[in-house]
Design a protein around this ligand. Structure first.
Ligand SMILES: [Zn+2]
Length: 423
């Protein structure tokens, strides 16, 4: 979606505003700014005035307006770690897990990511695009206006490029903004199981240069785990990606302490994601290196992990903790980021305000977009959610229920679809 230059001015008034505010000293600001009655005025998709209603309205020319009816308004949610480019679901694996199999056992038997890879390679590109668009609708209706989206179910040059091209097409057709990440190192595909080194060479020597040359991704990611890509292989892949202009991200220490956080520090990753088993002694180094920790409690919940990331120790160490769905067909089948806020409160022991900052401003920082999205401040993109709620804490408290009333992307009402014009 690119309507930045054509959007008519819009005023949202009679609102209860709650937003993170970017800090000026570099340390995370966990406090929300709350204003009532508040208003927000935008032009060309960007916020021009925001704050106390009286001050925003003073001298404002007549324009389209939207009465929030004293409801809560916030920045659009930012989901900074998702895997939406898969074809069929894996609900049969959910049944197996409910009956006692573990995620690792299912993967070792050829299920898991490798199942989705075989499936995606056979899928018709147009049919796949339609499924991705449907998933974007799900994100949007739960208040998410930007997602990071990874490839990683192709695992061949052809099918990784196809996955990233589908993300590009989806982003052109849908209001949800997509930030693409190349995840060719998600798993070793069936045909390379006996020659894993050859697959790493394929990723480094062919996939990364092609993705970079076609400008199909901003980031590159690796699933660093002893049974997938060990720390040394992850380091090689991410160094090659960085040299080709793709900023590193990493799935680190989810199932075991396998050195992923150290790799993030070594290569200067923009984010290190999961971190359930990361030694706390590394938190200070992550902070000094500017690595954003992205925590994914939905995956822990869904695979019934016994260990969650130590978010309180990370916050105490001064880290700008972000949270995300990790939306994927195996370990977290939900586009509902407010539900993840609930899990972050209960299992990571974040306060509702902290969970909200983690799902907006800090998530934007995990995408190097903290200066454009993630808070309602002058000069930022007008990505706004109007909630059927009066306060932030109602969002994680009233869990698994959709409280989103309306979604505005770059100054346009984009959800619900039938309310394309404002009152
Ligand atoms: Zn993931």
């Amino acid at each position: 979606m690119n309507n930045q230059n054509h959007t008519p001015p819009l005023l949202i008034h009679n609102a209860r505003l709650a937003t993170p505010v970017a800090s000026t000293d570099g340390a995370p600001n966990w406090q929300l700014t709350e204003i009532f009655p508040a208003a927000l005025y935008c032009e060309n998709g960007c916020i021009v005035r925001v704050g106390k209603e009286q001050e925003v309205l003073a001298g404002l020319p007549a324009c389209e307006h939207l009465d929030a009816k004293q409801r809560l308004i916030t920045p659009g949610l930012v989901d900074c770690h998702t895997h939406p480019v898969f074809f069929n679901l894996r609900s049969h694996e959910f049944v197996q897990r409910v009956q006692g199999k573990t995620y690792k056992e299912i993967a070792a038997a050829g299920g898991g990511i490798r199942y989705s890879v075989r499936d995606l390679r056979q899928a018709d590109a147009e049919a796949l695009l339609q499924r991705v668009l449907q998933r974007l609708d799900n994100f949007l209706q739960y208040g998410t206006t930007t997602i990071e989206a990874k490839s990683g179910y192709g695992l061949s040059l052809e099918h990784e490029l196809k996955s990233l091209e589908i993300l590009q097409q989806a982003g052109n057709q849908h209001p949800v903004e997509i930030v693409p990440t190349f995840l060719g190192a998600h798993e070793v595909p069936d045909e390379f199981r006996e020659r894993r080194e050859d697959y790493i060479k394929l990723v480094v020597n062919e996939m990364i240069p092609a993705v970079s040359q076609k400008k199909l991704a901003r980031f590159a990611d690796v699933f660093c785990e002893d049974h997938v890509f060990k720390a040394e292989a992850s380091r090689r892949i991410l160094r090659a990606a960085k040299a080709a202009g793709l900023r590193p991200k990493i799935h680190a220490d989810q199932l075991t302490a396998s050195g992923g956080a150290e790799v993030a520090i070594d290569v200067g990753a923009i984010s290190a994601d999961h971190l359930e088993n990361t030694p706390p002694a590394l938190f200070e180094s992550l902070r000094r290196r500017g690595v954003v920790p992205v925590l994914l409690p939905g995956a822990d919940f869904f695979i019934r992990a016994t260990k969650y990331a130590d978010a309180r120790a990370m916050i105490a160490a001064g880290l700008p903790v972000a949270i995300s769905t990790d939306f994927n067909p195996g370990t977290c089948m939900t586009e509902n980021l407010p539900m993840i806020m609930t899990l972050a409160c209960l299992h990571l022991r974040l306060t509702p305000a902290e969970a909200f900052v983690a799902a907006t401003l800090h998530a934007a920082q995990a995408l190097d977009m903290g200066n454009r999205i993630g808070s309602l401040e002058v000069g930022k993109q007008a990505d706004v959610v109007i909630w059927n709620a009066e306060s932030i804490e109602e969002i994680p408290y009233h869990f698994a229920v959709n409280l989103v009333q309306q979604v505005i992307k770059q100054g346009c009402v984009v959800w619900p679809r039938n309310q394309a014009s404002v009152n």
